[in-house]
Ligand binder design. Structure first.
Ligand code: KIV
Ligand code: ZN
Length: 385
């Protein structure tokens, strides 16, 4: 792997599927896994094998069909979980076990009722066991976003020494600010002696709307894997959105980073995930929302019609969207109106457009959007007047 490649670890089928009402059956999970592989993701987190027989079956089925991507199964730092995950992954060409434990004092005290020393020991044993079963082991330090930094560094040093190939630093509760998350990754880069033996991974939640910003801050500080989901779905307010981090990395080539994602497949896959999970995409969602390329105010429409880059920093084609849209509302201007009339086959001069524009505003004030049928009627009445 080139040192500036960001590995895309997709967890739509694991963290994403934890969304209430989004549960998938095995056939649906296999269909989405194949689509994720086709998109170019590097790692597919297929599920949490010990959590249910259905999830075990899904991880096993995905392991059989995925040929290029790594297939990953989640476990707690518990012997039985790890053995079951290895079983579910046994047909995978590139299996990965993702094991881990809480790392913040809040988790250590309230979830585990134990000590930091015991957490380090459990993490070490889990990593060694997993490494005996598969060659690729990712360790997650749950709630690392709120963990004590020197302790986190010791934990990460221990699991790398025990054989972890990837170390995941989750901001489980979506608490960190971007500069704090970036500094956390930089601290590990500078203070864990064996850090170059593992890839650092960002796993950020969106409780304060900062998951994408935090993941990018982590990558700038030296992380080389980002964990994310299609449409940003996931526990509570969701996970880092795959389409957002991928397009940020693509558009900001000054960062010197790249991914292997085929960006023109982003919108079709967003729709497929939304339909399969019965989870609508918010219209103003970055990159894949229905309004991501819609222009409705007169000032924007005029600029866009003169030169698309005035109001678009990416093209709809490069993310597989249907195309840019000029939406006619009471905020639209004359140039958008004339443009739409022309598209409908009506060519009007400037004076005609002035007259028609007054008519248009009367209709527009009564409706959310003026449709082509309204314009055709206006044009016909204008011609017969
Ligand atoms: O948010 C989190 O900490 C997780 C871990 C299980 C990786 O999802
Ligand atoms: Zn998570």
């Amino acid at each position: 792997m080139a040192s500036n490649q960001i590995q895309i670890f997709d967890t739509t089928l694991r963290d994403g599927e934890q969304v209430p009402g989004c549960k998938l059956n095995t056939a649906e999970k296999v269909e989405l896994a194949l689509a994720l592989e086709d998109l170019g993701v590097d790692i597919i987190e297929a599920g949490f094998p010990i959590s249910s027989p259905g999830d075990f079956a899904s991880v096993e089925a995905i392991s059989k069909v995925i040929k290029n991507a790594t297939v990953c199964g989640l476990t707690r730092a518990v012997q039985k979980d790890i053995e079951v995950a290895a079983q579910a992954l046994k047909h995978a060409v590139r299996p990965r076990i993702h094991t881990g434990i809480g790392s913040s004092d809040i988790h250590i005290k309230h979830k585990f009722n134990t000590t930091r020393e015991d957490i380090i020991e459990r993490a070490r044993k889990a990593t060694i066991l997993a490494r005996n079963l598969v060659p690729d082991v990712e360790f997650f330090a749950e709630d690392a976003g709120r963990a004590d930094l020197p302790f986190l560094a010791k934990l990460i040093e221990t699991v790398i020494a025990a054989g972890a190939t990837v170390v995941n630093i989750p901001d489980t509760t979506g608490y960190c600010l971007p500069h704090q998350y970036g500094e956390k990754i930089a601290y590990l880069v500078n203070n864990v002696p064996n850090i170059d033996k593992a890839i650092i991974s960002c796993h950020c939640h969106n409780d304060l709307g900062l998951a994408t910003a935090n993941s990018i801050a982590g990558a700038i500080a030296g992380a080389r894997q980002i964990e994310c989901t299609i449409n940003g779905i996931g526990e509570r307010a969701g996970n880092t959105s795959l389409e957002e981090v991928v397009m940020i990395i693509k558009k900001h080539n000054d960062l010197g980073l790249f991914t292997n994602i085929k960006t023109e497949k982003l919108n079709p896959l967003s729709q497929l995930v939304s339909d399969t999970m019965r989870m609508p995409v918010q219209p103003n969602k970055a990159v894949v929302g229905a309004n991501a390329f819609a222009h409705s105010s007169g000032i924007h429409q005029d600029g866009f019609l003169k030169e698309a880059t005035t109001y678009e920093i990416m093209t709809p084609e490069e993310v597989g969207a249907d195309g840019s849209k000029i939406v006619l509302t009471a905020r639209s201007g004359r140039s958008a109106l004339a443009h739409r009339f022309l598209k409908l086959g009506f060519e009007f001069n400037r004076n005609d457009i002035d007259t028609l524009y007054s008519e248009f505003l009367k209709v527009a004030d009564k409706k959310k959007e003026v449709l082509d049928e309204d314009l055709k009627e206006m044009a016909t009445q204008f011609a017969s007047a």
